[in-house]
Design a binder for this molecule. Structure first.
Ligand code: HEM
Length: 506
C-alpha cells in the first residue's frame, strides 16, 4: 500500500465483495465508468462576496462531497456525516501502517522495490526456515511456562494473560529477528525491551496515528508537518536504537561469533548467497528465473534494519492479542479446551513444540482460526487501486483506496450463523468447503498478504500447547463476560485486558 491521493472508500456490503456476480447489473451505473468520476464538486451559484453568505444546504453538500463519492457512483451504503464520512462505522475496522519514515520497510515499499524485498523476505518465512527457527520459539515457550508458574501460585492468582503473552511475543521477535535473547517478563528494564515498548506505544497510541486512521492520505505529510515533530523525533530515536542493535549483531556475525544461529537476521544477512528452494519460488510474487528484480543483490543494511523493526511492529501485538483471545475462548468453552488437551497429549506428549508437531494439532488450529474470525486484530484491509476497474459490477477508479471490513465480514450471519458463538468446527474441512474462501481474511489475501503467518501459527499454537501440557485455563470472577473490545488504537484488542486463572492439571 502506498500513501494515497484520492478518496478513502469504505466498502460496506460483505455481499458486494464476496459475491461479485450477484451484484452485476446495478442501476444508475455509468456504463463507461468515466463520466461519473468526472463530475465536479457542486459549483458556487454565483461568485460569492464575503457578505453573501452560503446557500442553505450548500455547506453540507461541500462537506460531504468527497464522502458521497460512492453514492454518486451508484454504490449503496450508509449516509456519510460531514467531513468524517462513515468513519464512525469503519473505525472498528481500521489498521494502519506504522508512521515510519523508513522507505525500506516492506509495508512502505512499492513496485519493483517491494517485489524484490517481498521475494527476498518470503524465503525468511518458508517452512524450511521455520523448522530452523522453531528451537528459538520453543525456548521462549519454556520461559513463558516458567513465568506462568511463578505468577499463578498453584492456580490461586488471577493472571493478566495479555501481559504474559506480550512478553512472550516480544521474546520471540527479539530472538528470531534480532538474534537477542531476552526475558521481557523477568527483565523489563532490559534496553531492548524498553525501546521496543516505546516504539510500540508511539506507533499505536499517539494522536498522529489516529489521524492516519482518519485520513490515510495524510501519511505523505509525515516529513513536513512540524507539530508532529515530537512523535517523529521519538520514533526516530527508537529506530536509531534498533539500527545500532542490528549493526552490532551483524558485526558480531561477520566476526565469526554466532554464525550458525538460525534466525531471520542470519537469513537476511545471507540473502545474497543463499540457495532458493522450490517452496520459496512457489510463494514468490511473479518469480522468474533471471528476473532483474530478484537476487541481483543481497539486502542492504538499511533494508535489514527496517524490516527487522517492521517484523516487531507487525508481529508483536497482533500475535499476543490472538493468543490472549484464544486463551479466553478456551477458558469460556471448557469442552473445547478438553479436546485441545486430548490432542496435545496425543500429538506432543511431553515433547517441546516444533514446526512439524504443531502442524499436526488440527483441532487447536481450528480454535485459532475461529478466534481470528471473532477477534482478528486487523479488522480492516486496505488496497490502493492501481488501474480503473470493476468490482462486483461497480466502477472503481484508479487511485481510490478500498477498505475491506473484515471484522464485519467475519460477523456476517449469512456466512457465519450465530456469529458470536465460538465454534471451532466451522473450520472442519467439510464446513470450509461450503464457504467462500474470502469469507475469512484475518491475514489478508493476495501477494500483499501477511508474510509472517507461519510464524504466527508456530508461536500461538506452540505457546498454547506448552501451557496445556501442564495447565488449564479457567474463567474466574475477574474474567469479563462478554469481553469488551477496543479498536481506538487501530488494532482490535480487549479493552480491559483478559484476566484468567491458570490451574495446574491434575
Ligand atoms: C496473528 C498474528 C497476525 C495477524 C492476524 C496478521 C495480520 C496481517 C494482515 C491482515 C496484514 C495485511 C495483509 C493484506 O493487506 O492483505 C499483514 C501484513 C504483514 N504482516 Fe502480519 N499478522 C500477524 C503476524 C505477523 C507476524 C508474526 C509478522 C512478522 C514477524 C508479520 C509481518 C507482516 C508484514 C511484514 C506484513 C506486510 C506485508 C507486505 O506489505 O508485503 N505479521 N499481517
Amino acid at each position: 500500500m502506498t500513501n494515497m491521493d484520492n478518496d478513502h472508500i469504505p466498502v460496506y456490503s460483505t455481499k458486494s465483495i464476496i459475491q461479485k456476480s450477484e451484484t452485476e447489473g446495478i442501476q444508475n451505473q455509468d456504463k463507461t465508468g468515466t463520466k461519473a468520476n468526472k463530475q465536479k464538486p457542486p459549483p458556487n451559484e454565483k461568485k460569492r462576496t464575503p457578505d453573501m453568505g452560503v446557500r442553505p444546504g450548500a455547506q453540507e453538500e461541500y462537506s460531504k462531497w468527497k464522502q458521497s463519492f460512492w453514492k454518486r457512483n451508484g454504490v449503496p451504503g450508509p449516509e456519510p456525516t460531514p467531513f468524517l464520512g462513515n468513519l464512525g462505522q469503519i473505525r472498528k475496522q481500521a489498521i494502519v501502517s506504522p508512521p515510519a519514515e523508513q522507505k525500506d520497510m516492506l509495508t512502505n515499499a512499492v513496485d519493483e522495490h517491494w517485489k524484490f524485498m517481498r521475494n527476498t523476505l518470503t524465503a525468511t518465512f518458508s517452512s524450511g526456515k521455520m523448522r530452523l527457527t522453531s528451537p528459538a520459539v520453543a525456548a521462549c515457550c519454556d520461559k513463558l511456562v516458567e513465568n506462568i508458574k511463578e505468577q499463578s501460585k498453584d492456580g490461586k492468582e488471577v493472571i493478566e494473560i495479555k501481559h504474559i503473552f506480550g512478553c512472550f511475543t516480544m521474546d520471540v521477535i527479539a530472538s528470531t529477528a534480532f538474534g537477542i535473547d531476552v526475558n521481557s517478563q523477568k527483565d523489563p528494564n532490559n534496553e531492548f525491551v524498553k525501546q521496543a515498548k516505546k516504539a510500540f506505544d508511539i506507533s499505536f497510541t499517539t494522536p498522529f496515528v489516529m489521524l492516519l486512521i482518519i485520513f490515510p492520505n495524510l501519511a505523505s505529510l509525515w516529513n513536513t508537518l512540524s507539530n508532529w515533530k515530537v512523535t517523529k523525533n521519538a520514533f526516530t530515536d527508537v529506530f536509531n536504537f534498533f539500527q545500532k542493535v542490528t549493526l552490532s549483531v551483524m558485526e558480531e556475525r561477520k566476526s565469526g561469533n554466532d554464525q550458525n544461529r538460525k534466525d531471520f537476521m542470519q537469513v537476511m544477512v545471507n540473502s545474497h548467497n543463499e540457495a532458493v528452494d522450490k517452496e520459496d519460488k512457489e510463494n514468490m510474487v511473479d518469480y522468474k528465473e533471471g528476473d532483474s528484480t530478484w537476487r541481483n543483490r543481497g539486502l542492504t543494511v538499511d533494508e535489514i534494519t527496517a524490516n527487522s523493526f517492521l517484523f516487531f511492529l507487525a508481529g508483536y501485538d497482533t500475535t499476543a492479542n490472538t493468543m490472549s483471545f484464544m486463551a479466553y475462548n478456551l477458558a469460556m468453552n471448557p469442552e473445547c479446551q478438553e479436546k485441545c488437551i486430548e490432542e496435545v497429549d496425543k500429538v506432543l506428549g511431553k515433547d517441546k513444540p516444533n514446526y512439524d508437531n504443531v502442524l499436526k494439532l488440527q483441532y487447536l488450529d481450528n480454535c485459532m482460526n475461529e478466534t481470528l474470525r471473532m477477534y482478528g486484530p486487523a479488522s480492516v484491509l486496505n488496497r490502493h487501486v492501481q488501474e480503473d476497474c470493476k468490482i462486483g459490477g461497480y466502477n472503481v477508479p484508479k487511485n481510490s483506496i478500498l477498505s475491506i471490513p473484515t471484522y464485519a465480514m467475519h460477523h456476517d450471519p449469512e456466512y457465519w450463523p450465530e456469529p458470536e458463538k465460538f465454534d471451532p468446527d466451522r473450520f472442519s474441512p467439510e464446513q470450509k468447503a461450503k464457504r467462500h474462501p474470502y469469507a475469512w481474511l484475518p491475514f489478508g489475501q493476495g501477494p500483499r498478504n501477511c508474510i509472517g503467518m507461519r510464524l504466527a501459527y508456530l508461536e500461538a499454537k506452540g505457546a498454547i500447547a506448552s501451557i496445556l501440557q501442564r495447565y488449564k485455563l479457567v474463567k474466574c470472577e475477574e474474567t469479563e463476560d462478554p469481553v469488551i473490545i477496543d479498536v481506538s488504537t487501530g488494532l482490535l484488542r480487549a479493552k480491559n485486558g483478559i484476566k484468567l486463572k491458570v490451574v495446574p492439571r491434575a
